[in-house]
Ligand binder design. Structure first.
Ligand SMILES: Nc1nc2c(ncn2[C@@H]2O[C@H](COP(=O)(O)OP(=O)(O)O)[C@@H](O)[C@H]2O)c(=O)[nH]1
Ligand SMILES: Nc1ncnc2c1ncn2[C@@H]1O[C@H](COP(=O)(O)OP(=O)(O)O)[C@@H](O)[C@H]1O
Length: 258
């Protein structure tokens, strides 16, 4: 289920080789593909611009953390941006809470404005953007400003998502994510680093979660299309995943395969 036209180099050549050996098989496969892509190794000497769109609860933040740590990219996440604004009670934070509590996406113009504004300060760094874009309008707005090299799609069926999110807990101050099954804390109920209690996200409660998944499912699939020499974001008619477990499809812009 992994698709990339690049050939992986020998494993010993990956910078995160040792880590990759220790990670779970699905992450290892994802890292291998990411590393095998010339865009990722910076073969062209360019800055790397990567995005992880993906369904709610598909594991975007978990994977983004691993990749950015070991491939030395700057991580941006739409959720961190929103969470910081909510903690500071800014106008954007208050607005975001209204939409999140209803299980809805934050309006495109707001999300695009804050994200692009933040990215502006990092024009000389390679980055990975997590949770953005989530709609075609956001994708097109991003594309107008940046050339995106890699798109990591995490395709996870909704019943697996429901199971994961019902067991997700976070530390509200830092946003650190736990999972009672997949990534349990050292001591039940408290954050590993601060010892502070963790909470369930309001929007992970079953009634809101069902609405969020519906919003996601009702929205046409966002995919990155490469046809001939044309590269563009589009709505794809592909079916939502039905297989259980994470499936990663990686697309690289064509010019990096030459
Ligand atoms: N079983 C399993 N759980 C995962 C995996 N990746 C993330 N999780 C857990 O699933 C939940 C959602 O992951 P998160 O990274 O917050 O998803 P996001 O909402 O897409 O950013 C969290 O509780 C994670 O600990 C995975 O590969 N397998
Ligand atoms: N790119 C985005 N566009 C619109 N809303 C967003 C975006 N990213 C995050 N949000 C809002 O913030 C909430 C939490 O973000 P995140 O943790 O990435 O969500 P999820 O767990 O649903 O993947 C989303 O449910 C949505 O309301």
């Amino acid at each position: 289920a992994l698709s990339c036209t690049c050939r992986p180099p020998p494993r010993s050549k990956w910078p995160g080789a040792q880590l990759a050996e220790r990670t779970r098989p699905e992450f290892r496969a994802q890292l291998s593909v990411a590393w095998s892509c010339p865009a990722a190794v910076g073969a062209s000497g360019r800055l790397l611009r990567t995005v992880i769109p993906g369904a709610p609860g598909s594991g975007k933040h978990t994977l983004a953390l691993r990749i950015t740590k070991h491939f030395r990219l700057k991580k941006f996440s739409s959720w961190d941006l929103i969470r910081e604004n909510m903690l500071r009670d800014t106008e954007i934070g208050v607005l975001a809470k209204v939409f999140m509590d209803q299980g809805k996406l934050i309006p495109d113009d707001v999300m695009t404005r804050v994200t692009l504004h933040q990215l502006k300060n990092f024009s000389q760094e390679s980055w990975l953007l997590c949770g953005f874009p989530r709609t075609l309008r956001q994708a097109e707005a991003l594309d107008r400003v940046y050339q995106i090299h890699l798109v990591l799609n995490l395709n996870v069926p909704s019943e697996v998502i429901q199971q994961r999110l019902s067991a997700r807990w976070i530390h509200p101050g830092s946003g650190r994510v736990y999972n009672l099954e997949f990534k349990p804390p050292k001591v039940v109920g408290v954050d590993d680093l601060t010892g502070e209690p963790f909470v369930q996200r309001e929007d992970d409660r079953p009634e809101t979660l069902i609405k969020r998944l519906k919003v996601y499912e009702d929205q046409p699939n966002l995919s990155w299309n490469i046809t001939g020499r044309r590269e563009c974001w589009k709505h794809s008619p592909e079916q939502r995943p039905t297989r259980s477990g994470p499936v990663c499809m990686l697309s690289c812009k064509q010019k990096f395969h030459k």
